[in-house]
Every structure is written in C-alpha cells, then in structure tokens.
Write a protein that binds this ligand. Structure first.
Ligand code: FHN
Length: 566
C-alpha cells in the first residue's frame, strides 16, 4: 500500500528530495577493527560481529573524546551539497545515546570525557543552516539492554521483557528527543523485527501527541508510518507511488571503517539522486564520520561537487518527480509542473538525442539547464522527437536539458529500443505466465545489502515476453542477466528474438545457500545468447521460456541489447 500522505505532513519532504544520513557512535573510533582483528562488514555492527559483551563495549565510552566534532561543519557540508535535512543516529543498535538522557547513563554527556550533547549541537547547527533535523532511533534492537532485541552473545539470565525496555528506555528517550531539541522534522526507526503491533502503535501515538507534524518512516513496523523506507541501497526500476525514500551510503559501510575505500564518485551520487527522483522518491546518502568527529575527506569532496551541480540542476530535482516519458538508454527524465528535464547520462556521439514515443502538438522549447541557455532544435524523427545537441559533452556531473512546455508533448507509453545504445529490458517490463515477479535481496559483506528485481519461481512451460518497439533497424548482442542455483544447472530454456529461436542450458551462477556472516549469496551473471539483427523498425517480441528441467532455482534479472556493427 503506497503511503499517500493523507495528513499532508510530507509536503516539505517531497520538495526536499536530497538528505544527509549520519551514522556516528561508539563504533566509529573502532573503525571496523577489534583487538587487532579486521571485521569485514558494516562498521556499526562490530559489537555483534566480534561478540563484544555489553559491559566491555560500554567501557569504550570512557575513552571517547571526539575533539574534531563540529556540528556546524557537518551541517554546512550538507547545505553546500544541496541537501535539505539531516538524519543522525541518536541511538543505534549498540544502545549508546548521543544525547543527554535521564533514563540511561549510557550516553554521550554522562559516559564520555567529551561530555557534550551531540544532538543539541546538531539541532542548533541545522537551525543555523536552514536544514530539517531528523532522528534515527533503534527502537527494537538495543544490545546494551537485556530486555531488548538483538544481543544474543551476552549470557544474560532472567526472562526477557521487551515491554519493560520499551516503557523504561525507548519511549522515554524518544520523548526526550521530541521535547528537548525544538521541532523535529522526522523520526527514523530501524529493523522493526519482532516488534508488536501494540508497541509500534504506542510509539506512533506518543510522537503524534508531542510533535504532530513530525514524519515517521515505515520501519516503525506493522504497516505504520508516513513514508516508506525501501531496503538499504535499493533503487527501484520504475516509479513508485506515495511518499518514500532510498537510503544509501557513500562507501559500503554506514559507520566509519578504515578499510572501506569504496567511495561512490560525485557523478555516481548524482546519477543515483536523479534515478530516485525520476521514480518519485527522496535520496538520503549516508556518511560515517571518523571517531574524531571529522567527516571523511572523500565524502566532503564528493558532496561538494554534487552541491555545485545542483546549483544549476536544482529545478530538475527539488519537488520534481517522474516525467511520464518512456524509458531511454541514454539517461533519465524528471518533471516539475510543465517542465520536463532530460538528464543525459551518456552524451550521444552524433549529437542526436532521441525521445522515443513522443510527438509534439505545438513547437517544443528546449534548452540546457544551468548552462548556456541558448535554445536547442527539436524535430520529429522516426518513432519520436530528436533534440539536436552540441557534439561535445558539457563539463558537468550530468548535463540536463529542459523542455519548457511539457504539456505540449503527446506521449505513447511503451518499451522502445534505440539503435546505437545499450538497451535494458527489465524484469518488471515482462508479461507472461509460469513465473512471478519477485525481488532477490542478499548481503555481500555482512550488512551490505544488494537488491535485484527478477522473474522467479519458474514452472515448466512458463514464458516471459517483452513487447518492444524498435525505433530504427539495428544489430544487437543479446545478453541475459540471471542467477541460477545448482539444482537448476542445465535446465533448458528457449529465447526467441528477431527471427532467431535458441535452445540453451542455464548454467549455475555460483549462488551460495548460507554463510556464517551474511546469509545466502545470490550471484547474477551475464550470459551472451547471440548476435541478431532486427531488419525492420516497429513492434518486436522477445520471449524467454523454460522448456525442460528444474527451473525453479533460476532468477531472470532482465535482458541487455548491446549494439554491434555487422
Ligand atoms: O542494521 C541497520 C544498519 O546498521 C544501518 O543502520 C541500516 C541503515 O538503513 N539499517 C539497518 C539495516 O537495514
């Protein structure tokens, strides 16, 4: 069920589109290493990965003196990146609060030599920089408390009573957060796990009573909340209705880890932001400050460049949403009112940007957003409209073309293949029977989630069809993206496309059923099925079916048509 924002709390949220998530806590100074051993997973889970007893972990607080912490600097970096709000981990699963709390001395003010209230300082900094303030609070897991969920390594005795933890710590601390720091834009819950419907309800009721305008994310559990948080780092392929967000992290971990240098480039961050906005959501990117409080330099540098780009490209992001145009291989598109924005991720080598399935009922005004504003010529072409671009790609993270009179476009929705580009046919775009559209989610390292929509649970005779329209004739190499368990190895499948019909065996892709840290591993790979030319423009059908064998362990991620010269 989409979160429709019937109460109207989410207007600012929809406008904002871009936010900073901060994971910072007692785990940050450990930086992924405990007693000399490196832990390969998300840094904020080190207590669990290393099975550090709660009492021993608590002694870390006595040594934590983050002298470089500067809330104003964090907020300034966010504002300069073009972000509109910040969400801070006020208490993560380790149970340590970054704020002064009357209900538990396990907090920054009482337990550390630093002795400062991080939340108070960040609240002040956000006000000064004009940013919204959100609080992450781990409501179900608290590894410091015998009554809460998550800590399975301490030998605590006595019956566990989650309600006692809820009444004595979670509810009173959330009350403190909503009482002591001024207006709170949102409360961000996490890993609801086994939380009861009653407990989620009592959390929501208290928040509504204290700050009626405060948004609540869906991880409060039991279908509650004002907006949907998708899986970690999950970007959907298609527009999603209602109020929602994608959360992502700048490298692979959320909390700071010295050995994680897998930073996303500024360009990759901008592309993810645009992808999310084009599907109708908000993009919240996480940065894990170092134990000293300093933001990693790689993050600051990347965010600054995104901010520079947004100075020009802002109208295509803030308050924007899906454009309604058919998908294209060269980029993404968004819409705001009557303005349509084309984000050209791959600049056409021939200077011809084709919008398939689009006709103009009146002259179309197109120009570059944020750069030279001279108008660009738009002409009808086979299968759509063509925008004439300069041959050289402008030097910016993503060049954006603005179409000023979007309502003058007549759109024929559909799946279009463009010659000369790598075209993707996704799982959700298939029709047929004998399979279901599902989602594969798995962790690579501990806590590092990956997601892939796919066609799964195949039965013999099942067939998926992609009905496409070829804008111009062309030659393509067809690649199948799939994952296959050992039991479905050598199952027989048939692919038909462009007059070719090919029987082929599916080959196990190396899935692993279970691992000690991280659960199952699902491995998608790409299989080249052959090179085929489509002789004529117009409708074409590509079909994929299970002919024989055990195909239940196959997941089809989609097809790629890679242009070739023949
Ligand atoms: O377990 C947490 C994890 O540490 C991190 O906080 C992420 C961010 O979305 N949430 C949980 C896993 O989904």
């Amino acid at each position: 069920m989409p979160k429709t924002d019937a109460a109207g709390r989410g207007v600012w949220f929809r406008q904002s589109r871009f936010a900073l998530f901060i994971h910072w806590g007692l785990y940050s100074p450990l930086a992924g290493v405990w007693k000399g051993k490196v832990y390969h997973g998300i840094g904020e889970w080190i207590q669990c990965m290393a099975r550090i007893p709660a009492a021993e972990y608590a002694t870390l607080a006595g040594q934590w003196n983050p002298v470089d912490f500067d809330a104003r600097e964090w907020a300034r970096v966010a504002r300069e990146a073009g972000m509109r709000y910040i969400v801070l981990t006020t208490k993560h699963h380790d149970g340590f609060a970054l704020f002064k709390s009357q209900v538990s001395p396990f907090n920054m003010v009482e337990a550390t030599p630093f002795g400062r209230d991080i939340v108070a300082e960040l609240a002040e900094a956000c006000r000064a920089e004009g940013l919204g303030l959100g609080f992450y609070y781990s409501q179900t897991q608290d590894w410091h408390e015998p009554d809460a969920e998550g800590n399975h390594w301490d030998a605590w005795t006595g019956p566990k009573d989650f309600n006692r933890y809820l009444q004595n710590k979670a509810l009173p601390q959330i009350r403190e957060l909503l009482t002591n720091y001024g207006p709170v834009a949102l409360i961000w819950f996490d890993t609801p796990g086994p939380i009861s419907a009653e407990a989620s309800k009592s959390l929501e009721e208290m928040i509504r009573a204290l700050q009626p305008g405060c948004l609540i994310n869906s991880r409060i559990g039991n279908g509650r909340g004002d907006y949907e948080t998708l899986g970690d780092s999950e970007i959907p392929h298609q527009p999603v209705e209602g109020l929602w967000e994608t959360i992502d992290t700048h490298n692979d971990s959320w909390g700071f880890v010295t050995h994680d240098l897998n930073w996303k480039t500024p360009g990759e961050l901008a592309v993810s932001l645009v992808r999310v906005v084009s599907r109708g959501g908000n993009y919240m990117i996480n940065v894990g400050p170092e134990g000293s409080g300093k933001l990693p330099e790689a993050s600051v540098r990347a965010l600054r460049q995104v901010g520079e780009w947004l100075k020009g490209a802002g109208p295509s992001v803030y308050g924007a949403g899906p454009s309604g145009l058919p998908g294209v291989p060269w980029g993404e598109s968004t819409r705001s009112g009557d303005r349509i924005f084309l984000h050209v991720l791959d600049w056409p080598r021939d200077g011809r940007l084709v919008l398939p399935g689009v006709r103009a009922s009146q002259p179309v005004q197109a120009r570059r957003l944020g750069g030279d504003r001279s108008s660009l010529t738009v002409t009808p072409c086979q299968g759509g409209l063509a925008v004439a671009l300069p041959l050289g790609r402008p030097e910016e993270l993503i060049p954006v073309i603005e179409i000023e009179n979007g309502s003058g476009l007549e759109i024929s929705p559909g799946l279009y293949l463009l010659k000369g580009w790598e075209n993707a046919l996704e799982a959700y775009q298939a029709v047929g029977s004998g399979f279901v559209l599902g989602k594969a989610s798995w962790m690579e390292k501990m806590g590092e989630w990956k997601h892939r929509e796919c066609l799964e649970k195949w039965t013999t005779g099942g067939q998926a069809r992609w009905e496409v329209s070829l804008v111009e004739p062309g030659w393509f190499r067809l690649e199948l993206e799939y994952a296959c368990c050992l039991e479905s190895d050598q199952s027989e499948w048939r692919m038909t496309w462009g007059g070719a019909s090919l029987l082929f065996p599916m080959i196990a892709s190396g899935n692993v059923d279970s691992r000690p840290h991280g659960g199952p591993l699902i491995r998608f790979r790409s299989l080249c099925l052959g090179v085929v030319g489509f002789e004529t423009a117009g409708p074409q059908v590509l079909t994929l079916g299970l002919e024989a064998g055990e195909g239940g362990g196959v997941r089809i991620g989609g097809l790629r048509l890679v242009p070739v010269r023949m």
